[in-house]
Design a protein around this ligand. Structure first.
Ligand code: 3Y8
Ligand code: NAP
Length: 248
């Protein structure tokens, strides 16, 4: 009998969790413990790191996991690299469930940069009004560009002072709506959206809102991940499960 470990934290992971629960497949859902109240899942759920590659490999063996599914976010590069190494160490088959990156459409005004450092170089110019839709983990790096007015969208209220002299915090969690994001851009007179190429639907609204208002977007492209088996749909995960014998 299969017993899955699902590394989650994305819209796609939640959709897969519902499908697994509906089919009565034995699976455990895993969160990193990044936010105060993560979305409840219809599967037994664990929260917190495993303790690096060795900790994850030990978990796979001790819990007799037969298949590992990495449905984390494309910018969660550390856990995804750990999953490749730990699955190999433990001899457990690994599949990534990911979403294709966004590509610019007609009407988009994107400037694409490879990483946050390159984004900061672009922001070295005169003051702007920026929707910084990167979450909490990388805010400190923007202190090198204090001249801008930043509208920060965070999942939880900030636990400590934010080192940006001119900012406004929006506490909200996605998935977001186009109308809602149009209202944010208009209300705050945003003239630049800075975001990650997350892909998927949960974070796309701000791109559609920017397109409709003609607001430029500074798009941070994804980090490189190690090679692994990868699909983009829940149905493809079930096909893989049907054709992948369990570990051991
Ligand atoms: C803890 C678990 C679901 C999953 C929903 C998706 C969509 C809504 C949009 C903006 C962009 C951002 C951020 C974002 C979105 C989904 C998805 C997605 C972006 C939750 C969640 C966890 C996290 C962690 C959080 C990060 C932050 C990133 C906010 C749950 C709500 C900016 C990424 O305060 C913090 O520490 C937040 C940290 C990692 C990135 C960062 O660097 O700060 N996500 N987000 C997961 C865990 O503990 O394992 O409560 O649902 C999940 C979701 N956030 O089932 O509906 O699928 O991507 N999350 C980005 O995409 O750019 C917001 O504001 O427009
Ligand atoms: P990360 O930098 O790749 O991972 C850092 C460490 O967090 C990992 O080494 C691991 O700790 C722990 N970890 C990460 N995801 C985990 C999970 N699902 N279950 C258990 N431990 C996990 O990850 P991140 O970018 O901080 O993202 C953390 C979570 O937020 C992930 O679940 C991701 O899907 C979700 N998320 C992230 C983003 C984003 O922009 N990064 C966006 C939306 C959702 P140990 O080494 O101790 O095992």
């Amino acid at each position: 009998m299969p017993k899955l470990l699902l590394l989650g934290g994305t819209t796609e992971a939640s959709a897969l969790a519902s499908a697994l629960a509906a089919r009565g497949i034995d699976a455990c859902f895993s969160y990193a413990g990044r936010v105060k109240t993560p979305r409840p899942q219809p599967l037994p759920t664990r929260v917190g790191g495993f303790g690096g590659v060795e900790g994850l490999a030990r978990y796979l063996v001790d819990e007799r996991i037969t298949h590992l599914i990495d449905a984390t976010h494309p910018f969660a590069a550390q856990i995804s690299a750990n999953a490749v190494a730990a699955a190999r160490m433990a001899g457990v088959p690994l599949l990534a469930l990911s979403r294709p990156p966004w590509v610019p459409q007609a009407g988009d005004r994107w400037q694409r940069v490879p990483d946050i450092a390159a984004a900061l170089a672009v922001l070295a110019g005169p003051p702007r009004r920026i929707l910084l839709a990167l979450g909490r983990l990388h805010l400190a790096e923007f202190a090198t560009c204090p001249q801008h007015h930043y509208v920060l969208r965070l999942v939880d209220p900030p636990a400590q002072p934010i080192a940006l002299p001119d900012h406004h915090v929006l506490v909200d969690r996605g998935p977001f709506s186009v109308d809602g994001d149009i209202a944010v851009l208009q209300h705050h007179r945003i003239d630049l959206v800075v975001c990650k190429n997350a892909g998927g639907e949960g974070a796309r609204a701000k791109l559609l809102a920017a397109r409709s208002l003609g607001v430029p977007v500074l798009m941070i492209e994804r980090p490189l991940l190690p090679a692994r088996a990868e699909v983009h749909t829940v149905e493809a995960v079930f096909d893989w499960l049907a054709h992948t014998p369990p570990a051991g």
